[in-house]
Design a protein around this ligand. Sequence first.
Ligand code: SAM
Length: 627
Amino acid sequence: MNRPPLPPGIEPAELAWHDGVPESMRFGDVYFSRDNGLEETRHVFLQHNQLPERFSRIPEGGSFVIAENGFGTGLNFLAAWQAWKTFGPEHTATLHFVSVERFPLTREDLTRALALWPELKALANELLLHYPPLVRGVHRLVLDGGRVRLTLFFGDINDAWRTLEFHADAWFLDGFAPARNPDMWLENTISQVRAHSKPGTTLATFTSVGRIRRALMEAGFRMEKTSGYGRKREMLKGVLEGEKPAQPERPGTLAIIGAGIAGCTLARNLAERGYPVTLIDTSGPGTGASGNAQGALYVKLGVEFNDQTELALTSLTFAQRFYSTWRDQFWHPTGLLQLAHSPQEEDRQARFLQRNEYPRDILWPVNREQASAISGVPTQSGGLWFPGSGWLEPGNLCRELADHPLISTEYDVKVKRLLPCNGKWHISVDEGTSIATDRVVICSGHLSPGLIPIKGRFRLKAIRGQVTHLPAPAVINPKTVICGNRYLNPVLGDIAVTGATFDLRDNNPLPTTESHDENIHELSSMLPSVFAREVGKPSGENLDGRVAFRCTTHDYQPVAGPVFDGDNADLDDLYLLTGLGSKGLTYAPLLAEYLADQLTGQPACLPANLARRLETRRLYQTDVAAS
Ligand code: SAM
């Protein structure tokens, strides 16, 4: 066997194909029955968890959660998805499928394995389109227009069930045979199955091994042997005993304050899950920090693969999948080049490459000649090439996201403050006028601190950023986004946006010549040949641009979750999503997904270690005078 890859890489499955059926070389076992894998899945997992009947009873806005031990070829997942399409409700509801895989199939192997099932072809194609790069961690795939959400943990089962938050309605216990794959069937694993279940949760498994049946009974499941599929005489099914909890009450009304990329992605996310929301903004969607004509989908991945890097990477890959809906409309996946634009950055990139192994669908290193050829602009150095990244039209995107029948909008209103009264929040918008709602999410960027009705201070600050609109004839039009100490986007219409300044103690809302000159100076030191010879380097005096204020936290990490009450708990009806800094386009889709999971009580798309990083309480300071 080869040595395991450095993080964030993960060992892929090594398959042997016998009569067209995939077998794991590591475990010496088949992924599914040689007789008819799809029929076996339907018999063992769908029928014995009574999925068709249970799917049909899910109420509007509700969800059903299946958890599985061992994603393998995704056959069980596709079969469950197909059943959801056939038997699931007509109205909006979500099927969640939470699965884990220690040795994921490569895209090529997955394609070959799923080609065995012509009747699942359309679903398999959609899965393949969204199948994540082979990096460890949690991947959330939003499929079938949001009716199906797959949470796929690439890593060991014990880490998965320890760090993911969810409660299953049904379990598919599907490791390889217990004798060949003991890790999947340890007592510890079974106690995790119990921990993620609730009274009434069902399970099914192809195995009928006595030790496993007894362990599941000890964990509280009422177990039964029943007839297996094909040549397998017996299998097991079970249900967790205990009184079923009452159906949670449907949450009431929800308002989102701020229609930038954070507020718009969140509003759209909730609306697509069947939850009506009110979106409130001083002017309209995408008019503040998310209102630039162009914005790059950019992250800086750390030399150490720590939580911060994992969050950035997970956000990047999720955002790339999320934006693919608007490909060539508001999303332009031209690729993005991160230049080694200074000796320090060159050294950092060298150490980054030494310590990490990223698959080529995320990034790979390029030398100076390659960088110049890829970008179409002569560069002074090589760098890192992100082939799946690109640029967006954030303002247009926000307007599109906010346009949904379940999103009602209140634009051109300035929120003054939030007041709790009789179990509701009253959002006062004008003298004597207020909007009453059960829950509120503040997504107001640098204006958020003024709206949080808690004594004390949340460490958020505004950083001015000015972009410059370069007239198209002034630059050699890059084929890709180029980043360094500035970024430059490919020409859109008659301009290319470059920027942005990073002005810590400047609250001037208007563009200045000085900031334009700074942008031009930095861009020309990064890319000396970018200005068209016949036009020459432009002067800041004659240029247009735009100023916006980024919102950052003291630790430059975003914040998403319930607001800390300043004492020792989190509020359950007031949330915050901001602090995205200059990476709003990258972080917003995943953090909106994460917050929507919480607001709807559905499985979390982030593991506990990353969720902790986002908490609001880390920003809280009682000492109001301190900065
Ligand atoms: N459900 C799959 C399907 O529909 O194709 C078949 C699953 S296969 C029988 C079992 C899977 O469990 C394999 O893909 C294997 O790599 C994975 N696995 C084995 N040990 C594991 C572990 N310790 N943690 C996570 N996954 C593991």
